[in-house]
Ligand binder design. Structure first.
Ligand SMILES: N[C@@H](CCC(=O)N[C@@H](CS)C(=O)NCC(=O)O)C(=O)O
Length: 211
């Protein structure tokens, strides 16, 4: 793991973001104390009385910021980890992680400090871009395997005499078309596209089989 620069970079930015979430949780607790707005009767009783077991707009804001972090940072932890395994360019990967991290930090500031719209939305959109890019690259890397498996299954469903049903033939043709499309995308990738490899270096296409 320590030799995988991309994974180290991912671990660094992920940890920063997890610490950021902890900070939001601490701020929520402080706002509860300052505004006397507790979530549980026992907390309210300890801090002045049951009447303080209530909601407060500032506490709600902190909770929404935290929830939005969970909606976005948790998927990033998955996407970033898998993306790191695809052997992308370390520089491109770092740009992905940095963009997400900066976007999420600005989002939190914008939310907690009630910054003027559309600051928060722009930060949200900025952070979503690398996530969509990583998701797309993961799909490009994994879809050939799934399609090849489907194709193998389809060819195994031959009639005893070795003849293919017309529906099977059409299905195999569709899978071949999709695989060809992915092969073209792969070439585009290698000639300066998204810089991620689909299969280990030097290995021929895994789906170059005959019908
Ligand atoms: N669950 C979100 C989905 C869309 C989203 O995350 N929007 C961003 C940019 S407008 C946001 O900050 N939403 C506020 C929030 O989740 O509390 C929502 O309800 O708004």
């Amino acid at each position: 793991m320590m030799e995988n620069k991309v994974f180290l970079s991912f671990t660094f930015y992920s940890t920063i973001l997890i610490l950021k979430m902890y900070v939001v949780a601490i701020i929520t607790g402080q706002v509860r104390l300052r505004k006397k707005a507790f979530a549980n009767p026992e907390d309210a009783l300890r801090n002045g009385g049951l009447q303080f077991c209530r909601e407060d707009p500032d506490v709600q804001r902190c909770l929404r910021a935290h929830r939005n972090d969970m909606e976005n940072i948790f998927p990033f932890l998955f996407l970033g980890a898998i993306y790191s395994l695809l052997d992308p360019s370390p520089t491109v990967a770092r740009i992905h992680f940095l963009l997400f991290c900066v976007g999420r930090i600005i989002h939190t500031f914008a939310y907690l400090l009630c910054l003027r719209a559309p600051t928060r939305s722009v930060a949200y959109g900025l952070a979503q871009l690398p996530c969509f890019s990583m998701a797309l690259q993961i799909l490009l890397a994994t879809t050939p395997y799934c399609l090849t498996t489907a194709r193998c299954r389809a060819t195994c469903l031959k009639k005893p005499a070795g003849i293919l049903y017309p529906a099977h033939r059409a299905w195999i043709h569709l899978l071949d078309t999709l695989l060809g499309l992915l092969e073209s995308l792969k070439c585009w990738h290698k000639t300066g596209g998204l810089q991620t490899q689909f299969s280990p270096k030097g290995q021929s296409s895994p789906y170059a089989t005959n019908t």
